[in-house]
Design a binder for this molecule. Structure first.
Ligand code: UD1
Ligand code: CA
Length: 461
């Protein structure tokens, strides 16, 4: 919208979080609180989005570096929400249209609610429109004071009279303002309150005196306007967001054995007929195909999993790709840069790092495969280790198609095992093995006849 400008307040310290991290950088299901607010702002397609930063400004800006259209203003001292909005004057004064003010700590607000706010604001031709909500326990919020049904002022918790404390209609801290009278009115906000701060809600009483139109729009789902001020509130909001994500997954055909203990980040996509067991974590930019099974204790981060993959218990996959029909775990560790090919099997206590496993290849038990390429249909025996690190550099192990690597092989990289080669169990392999050859790299076994009896005889003496 051409004449719509969004301002997001995010300069506050968030003292009640008791955190070194700026409040708005705490995460809810994989996204920072502020990223969630910015997504709502961006969905309105406004002419501009301005964020007021202060506490931890550098960190907050860095976290949003990819949002190139976002403009920042700094509020050096956090003197209150009225003072915070005033900081946008150099960017917005003189423009016409509407400002939507969002609170950087209220991430549940829906785009539809902001649109409803704007509709009410326009219809009433108001100077200010406030989103309000009814909270049975309104403690901590500014109260909406009405005279003859019309909003006359907003009183902060600390400044309420006993009668005002009982008011259950509260200020969401989210507003629409007509730009024309805004900055002059902000100038006249004072600090005569218990906290000695410039309170933005005081604008309502100022406009009332100036006889300007003021409107309110009451949000139906009051939870939408919840602000996060403490870890307890962060936890409560996280539970709500997680529930909503899980409902979306189930609506899209995913079975969650226990939605209460399924932890799926906002941007994760899961295909239909996939079954997710309790205590599974799907994080970041992860895509899971259809008809997969993801068993308890699995954690999958920034990874792509194809269709019909079975991820057994307690498997960790990070920054990797797993193709259709593969089986992982239990207790497999797929580290960054790995690719597990179609129908491949990676079994218990197998660790991969930057390793490409070919179609139908198997490493079923107890192995470390790092910086390696393993061809299709190759079998890697139990206890196989790629020695990829010489203390200074990492080296590659290239294993061809249809290779048989016997159990407990030590593959000293750089090394190539060509197609169809065989490695005898227990070998330390230090030189390349040609196609079709058998490599035996171990001391030949010697049997000493009668040795046991001789030793016992020796002892008896
Ligand atoms: C505010 C409202 C209150 C409302 C509540 C809804 C005021 C005075 N009170 O209270 O009526 O019910 O929100 O959640 O506005 N901020 C700045 N600079 C500052 C102060 C705050 O950028 O100097 C930012 C904060 O980072 C935060 C937002 O403004 O994102 C709200 O500030 P906060 O201190 O959380 O206000 P509340 O006490 O919750
Ligand atoms: Ca707040």
């Amino acid at each position: 919208m051409n004449d719509l400008h969004v301002v997001v307040l995010a300069a506050g310290k968030g003292t009640r979080m008791k955190s070194d991290l700026p409040k708005v950088l705490h995460k809810i299901c994989g996204l920072t609180i502020i990223e969630r607010v910015i997504r709502t702002a961006a969905a309105l397609q406004p002419a501009s989005i301005t964020m007021v930063v202060g506490h931890g400004a550098g960190e907050v800006k860095r976290s949003l570096a990819k949002r190139t259209r976002l403009q920042f203003v700094t509020q050096e001292q956090q003197l209150g929400t009225g003072h915070a909005l005033l900081q946008t004057r150099p960017l917005l004064e003189g423009k016409s249209g509407t400002v939507v003010l969002l609170s950087g700590d209220a991430p549940l607000l829906s785009v539809d609610s902001v649109k409803a706010l704007l509709a009410t604001h326009q219809e009433a031709a108001a100077a200010a429109t406030v989103i309000t909500a009814t909270f049975p326990r309104p403690f901590g919020y500014g109260r909406i004071v009405r005279t003859s049904g019309k909003i006359s002022k907003i009183v902060e918790e600390r400044d309420t009279t006993a009668a005002q404390k009982a008011i259950t209609e509260i200020n969401s801290g989210i507003y629409a303002f007509d730009l024309a009278p805004l900055f002059a009115a902000l100038d006249s906000i004072g600090t005569a309150n218990k906290q000695g701060e410039y309170y933005l809600p005081d604008l309502i009483a100022i406009y009332r005196k100036q006889k300007r139109a003021i409107a309110t729009w009451t949000v139906q789902r009051a939870d939408e306007i919840r602000g996060i001020n403490s870890r307890a509130e962060l936890g409560e909001v996280t539970t709500m967001v997680r529930q909503q994500k899980n409902e979306e997954l189930m609506a899209a055909g995913v079975t969650l054995i226990d939605p209460a203990t399924t932890y799926v980040d906002a941007d994760v996509v899961v295909g239909p007929d996939t079954v997710i067991y309790p205590c599974v974590f799907l994080e970041g930019n992860t895509r899971i195909g259809g008809a997969c099974e993801i068993h308890s204790g699995a954690r999958i981060v920034n990874s792509t999993i194809g269709d019909r993959v079975c991820v057994r218990n307690h498997t960790v996959v990070t920054d990797s790709t797993v193709e259709a029909g593969a089986v992982l775990g239990p207790f497999a560790h797929i580290r960054p840069g790995s690719k597990v090919g179609e129908d491949a099997h990676i079994g218990n206590f197998v660790e991969l790092k930057k390793t490409d496993i070919g179609k139908g290849a198997k490493a079923n038990h107890l192995a470390y495969l790092g910086d390696a390429t393993i061809g299709p249909k190759t079998n890697v025996g139990a206890g196989t280790i790629t020695c990829n690190y010489d203390g200074e550099k990492k080296h590659q192990t290239v294993i061809g198609a249809g290779v048989f690597v016997g159990s407990n092989s030590t593959l000293v990289a750089p090394l190539t095992l060509a197609d169809g080669s065989y490695i005898a169990a227990g070998s330390a392999v230090t030189t390349d093995v040609p196609a079709g050859a058998l490599a035996i790299g171990r001391a030949r076994q010697e049997n000493k006849d009668g040795w046991v009896a001789k030793r016992q005889a020796g002892k008896a003496k």
